[in-house]
Design a protein around this ligand. Structure first.
Ligand code: PGA
Length: 223
């Protein structure tokens, strides 16, 4: 059956992804649409809270997000790792001090964090809670891009998905700090409503994503 479906032409694909998945999903969509003439794609990029609302309302064919909640009539497949790392400007005093940092070293600093409703934000809160810790001094921003700019400008430290920072790591505008108990280990998932009947094009896209996403796996080495 799968062979017959390959190269489906036309159709409408409706996909919603977490803001941090945007960084690899656009590349996948570009490749997929090259193989499928005449398809229409609707892509929404939004936070976890909104993604769960959309699933509830049967809006997208599928969603690419962090850990989906258990139950809720959802089915999911694990896609690849999504490590969350601590980032700093290269000029930050905690960079290059020659030993791994303690949680207490970094939590004494100001953190730029995402809005409530962000999966990244809740993963950080849950992770720190395990060590009876939290960010005391934080500044809240709604987008990963803004957080990266703020960290680059020296406003504070950030905790972001490895998938969001490759250009800044390559150009040396941001560095990953090596901190005890980091990175936070998470995974991306393809999520849909249980019993959802996918259109041929949506089914093909899901297979394509499952097969191709591992190319984007990031290794989270700190400095
Ligand atoms: P978010 O994405 O921080 O943009 O909500 C990550 C997730 O879904 O876990």
């Amino acid at each position: 059956v799968m062979k017959e479906l390959k190269g489906t032409k036309g159709g409408h694909l409706v996909v919603s992804v977490a803001t941090t998945a945007n960084y690899f999903v656009t590349q996948l969509l570009a490749e997929f649409s090259q193989q499928h003439e005449g398809i229409n794609i609707t892509l929404d990029v939004t936070n976890r809270h909104t993604l769960l609302d959309q699933l509830e309302n049967h809006e997208p064919d599928m969603v690419i997000m962090g850990e989906p909640p258990k139950g809720h009539g959802l089915q999911s497949e694990r896609l690849m790792e999504n490590p969350l790392v601590v980032i700093a400007a290269p000029t930050h005093p905690l960079v290059g001090i020659g030993r791994p940092l303690l949680l207490s070293d970094v939590l004494a600093e100001r953190f730029i964090v995402r809005e409530k409703g962000s999966g990244t934000r809740s993963a950080i809160e849950r992770h720190l809670h395990k060590y009876s810790a939290s960010c005391k001094n934080s500044l809240e921003m709604r987008s990963n891009e803004t957080i990266k700019h703020a960290v680059e400008a020296g406003l504070g430290l950030g905790i972001v998905s490895m998938h969001t920072i490759q250009p800044e790591l390559d150009s040396g505008r941001l560095v990953i700090l090596q901190v005890e108990n980091f990175p936070i280990h998470r995974h991306w998932h393809v999520v849909m409503r249980k019993g959802k009947r996918l259109s041929p094009i949506a089914r093909e896209f899901k297979q394509f994503v499952m097969a191709e996403a591992p190319r984007f796996i990031k290794n989270a080495k700190g400095k």
